[in-house]
Design a protein around this ligand. Sequence first.
Ligand SMILES: Cc1ncc(COP(=O)(O)O)c(C=O)c1O
Length: 388
Amino acid sequence: MIDKIKSLETLSRQLEPNPALRSEWNRQVQAYADQFIDRLPDAKGYENMDRVSDWTRNCPIGEEGRDMEELLQILDREVDNVGLNPASGAHLGYIPGGGVFPTALGDYLAAVSNRYAGIYFANPGAVQLENQLIRWMCDMVGYPAESLGNLSSGGSIANLVAITTARDHLGIKPRLVESAVIYLTVQVHHCVHKALRIAGLADAVIRNVPLDHHFRMDAAALRSQVEQDKAAGLRPFLVVASAGTTDTGAMDPLDAIADVAEEHGLWFHVDAAYGGFFILLDELKPLFFRNFEIRQRGHRSAQGSVSFLRTGGGVDQKRAGSIRISLLQGKLHAGRAGHGRRAQSGRPIARADQAFPGPSHVDGAPVVWVGAFPGLPGGKEAIGLIFL
Ligand SMILES: Cc1ncc(COP(=O)(O)O)c(C=O)c1O
């Protein structure tokens, strides 16, 4: 047994490069990153669109090692010179954006140390860092001190978390699904429909609320539809609005929708993926802010959620925060994480305590590294732009 462990240890040591090799790899990777960034001013927005080489088709993953130089050449040829280049100034057609260098460094360090941020006792510093980030996001939208949130892997999961929270908060049990009504528009991102299916709500009544001529939800039509549905004995429970639709960037009238939601006890979810961080820009704040402020004006019954998405991390391209006023958190998503339950008791809540833990290393780190910009002008406005 001991001999077996020793031989496995020798094998696994191959995954641990010695200091000389590590610095050589660091040098090569950094040189690659530098040349990628340096050639951006001339980079096309879309290149070699149909090029799929034999190499990528067969993707030979084997047990023979390749040296770093060859791997970087493959990356350059097969990935970084094919298809959309979101980092190029010529790229305007689709939502994904380019990377932000300091966040890539944050991602790199978080991946190197790989500290576990899922539960508090495992790494209080990492959890506090993430919790501070979520607090900042909650404050940004005017959510109260008891609001909660979590970082997930992207907008789809953030929406799923919010929809599941709405379902559980309003007690939509399987036997009630067929009479439950959900309001959205044809402009919601398709992941909302996926999330509804995964959340067991495929058989609910889905109302596509009419749009105005700017592709925004017509709040008056929403109100009359909710009233009709209630009169027909149905159970309206959720309205999903978009704070920046994917196709046109249209902002649904959040204030007017929030009024209907409050009046009729609906959960109000705002999918603010990409568009949400425009709230950091003073000239755009009015598009959002009164809606979120509603919750500070003392409407304690307010219930809702907002999901954000940012791009620009280094290793993982996107991450999302889903934040919500979650009045019944203890009941949702099984409460505390199973592992280490005793060690955690009485300690601050962390990612694995709620919803899906998502990637376990420190997701907050890339954001904190934005602070690495020397003398970054404009404070939060600049951060708002960086998030975009
Ligand atoms: C408005 C909106 N919501 C949700 C998503 C889904 O995000 P993800 O691709 O990270 O799952 C997108 C992606 O473009 C989006 O634009």
